[in-house]
Design a protein. Structure first.
Ligand SMILES: NC(=O)c1ccc[n+]([C@@H]2O[C@H](COP(=O)([O-])OP(=O)(O)OC[C@H]3O[C@@H](n4cnc5c(N)ncnc54)[C@H](O)[C@@H]3O)[C@@H](O)[C@H]2O)c1
Length: 252
């Protein structure tokens, strides 16, 4: 029960990693605002939390809009009185169709708006609510901030930006006792990787990217996020934590 009397926001809370983390925060005592652009998915997370005896509310949020993210933070503070943990986790993957020469500029902006702008807005809005109380901001990066594949340039760019923003924000917000950290997952079995699920060959190649040859589970990322959000990680700041079964550490 590490989060009794704590209030958390999880963006992308209707999805794989976000849902697992929202559930874990609530299970350990936090009151949670589940934020997602997908209302049905976000409300389902709230239902699962309430069914298990936890406290949560849904707030439809589009992280590509600063107004929407500001309203999310305001609604959370109005309902629960404070904000202790902000998990900037909403994200999209590239469509994987084109290399840089053919890629429509719109595809680049689509990915960067959610993964990069969305995290910036989340950091900015959360820090404003935490400046008197302190808090923890956790951003979802990826191993793809560090290693690259073909036809995913916007995703790589946006996740590298998340790592850089984590460092820069941690430095500037330290004086308010706000820690800013990131997680860098390997391939996690969520709807985000659906584009490969039916392709056995591609799926097996992706599995072999990990030292023990399997995808990760959302709950395995959630446990690291909860650790980073807790006082157990009180001296962890400014860095991204790999949750990737060594994927970014070896050459296939
Ligand atoms: N699954 C993986 O292999 C993997 C690996 C590394 C990093 N990540 C990152 O983890 C995070 C969570 O992804 P996931 O794997 O749980 O995928 P997911 O698709 O299950 O969840 C992402 C959630 O974000 C929401 N979302 C998308 N655009 C949004 C917007 N504009 N505003 C608000 N919500 C929005 C979606 O509706 C969805 O519920 C993402 O940032 C992703 O890039 C995932």
């Amino acid at each position: 029960m590490r989060f009794v009397n704590k209030v958390a926001i999880v963006t992308g809370g209707g999805g794989g990693i976000g849902r697992a983390t929202a559930q874990l925060f609530a299970r350990e005592g936090a009151r949670v605002t589940v934020a997602d652009i997908d209302e049905a998915a976000g409300r389902e997370t709230v239902r699962l939390i309430e069914e298990a005896g936890g406290i949560a509310q849904f707030c439809r949020t589009d992280v590509t809009s600063f107004e929407s993210v500001t309203a999310l933070v305001r609604r959370t503070v109005d309902a629960y009185g404070r904000l202790d943990i902000m998990f900037n986790n909403a994200g999209v993957f590239g469509d994987g169709r084109d290399s840089v020469l053919e890629m429509p500029v719109e595809e680049y902006h689509r990915v960067v708006r959610v993964n990069q702008d969305g995290v910036f807005y989340g950091i900015k809005a959360a820090a404003a609510a935490m400046r008197e109380t302190g808090g923890v901001i956790i951003n979802t990066a990826s191993i793809y901030a560090y290693i690259v594949d073909r036809r995913q340039l916007p995703y790589h760019a946006s996740k590298a930006a998340v790592v850089a923003m984590t460092k820069a924000a941690a430095l500037e917000l330290a004086k308010y006792n706000i820690r800013v950290v990131a997680v860098a997952p390997g391939m996690i079995d969520t709807p985000l990787v659906d584009q490969w699920r039916e392709n056995e060959h591609a799926w097996n190649i992706l599995k072999r990217a990990h030292m023990r040859g399997e995808f990760g589970k959302p709950e395995q990322v959630a446990k690291v996020v909860a650790f980073l959000a807790s006082d157990d990680a009180s001296f962890v700041n400014g860095h991204a934590y790999f949750v990737d079964d060594g994927a970014a550490a070896f050459k296939r």
